[in-house]
Design a protein. Sequence first.
Length: 404
Amino acid sequence: MARPWEFRLPTEIHFGRGVRKRMGKVAAEWGQRALLVGYRQCTPLEGPFCEAAENLAAAGLAVETFCELEGEPDWRLPLIGAERARGFAADVVVGLGGGSVLDLAKGIALLAKTGGQPWDYAGANRRGKPADEALPIVALPTTAGTGAEVTGVAVFTFEGKGATPETPLKASIGGPALRPRAALVDSELAESCLPRWTAACGVDALAHAIEAHISRGANPLASTLALKAVGLLNHHLSAVAGGRAGAEEWDAVALAATLAGAAFNEAGVTVTHALAHALGAILDVPHGEAIALGTPLNLHFNAGSAAAPLAELADVCGIASADTPQAERAAAFVDHVVALLRGLGLPDRVEVESPPSEELLEKLARNATAGTVVAVAMNPRRVQHATLVDLFRQLVKEGNPENM
């Protein structure tokens, strides 16, 4: 008998080109005072951000902006944003940006309602608690990547926390209240992304879908969404990242990112994300690029333990005939994904200034375990400390970091 499983998707999704213009009407369902969260500097999004503020105001909402994010958020920023939200008496938090902005909006909404600090809710905190209360969140993703518009997860960088207090730790906070009440997925907003950024975001979505399908927590509904996402990205990501895409291709990758987010929120991710979070925390590798680095190692490492789901992924991509043995179809999918990543021009190694020491590799492995407990546990093949050390050894090499 199949094990019991559950699936929730409480977010109201508005999908299509131009749906961003509904934002004021949608946000007004949750209150009359909106905190609008965005980047400190992001020239391509200045127009959409101003449009969003005007749209909210036109719907009768008072608007306060919080544009302090540069790069990926650390744990201090949601504290500052929550203070701003409380001072403004915000009813709803609106995030317009990539996954980092949406994560920040979630953290602000949580702390504005509950107080405390992000670490109180971190999965890496053995005494952490779920995020059960938060201000309503409305999400407008401007990249086709993280799927944060439909997940109850947000990632922050912590210092002095967890098992590695001497180094930063990237860890997620999570709970049902962090799921946006509404998501407006408008692929026009992603079209201004630089090609390398588009590629990295798309690979993050691809990894979410692959990992959700091979995860120990996979279930039939999550896998259905994940398989659809992989098929869409397989057919359209290269065109989008290569600047050869029209509206249909952009819609496809935007839909894939949302589907993949919904899938992994229920099924979990695997060792790719453990590797990526440690690379980001210790070596400052941007998340999408770190995912591109870790995905081939994940696939090779898990090929024997996840042959059946990997073969299904090969089937949905049309890269092997149905009568090909399962193991061969799985291997074909692994090779196909590696070739896809290389074709996007993303790095396959992390370059450091001197030969990587055992101390560095050990630090990365400890960091991965401490920051991503669930991802390690959900991997289809058992992951030990020595496994992580070996995987990082394959990723890190001496070179010029500026060429990364």
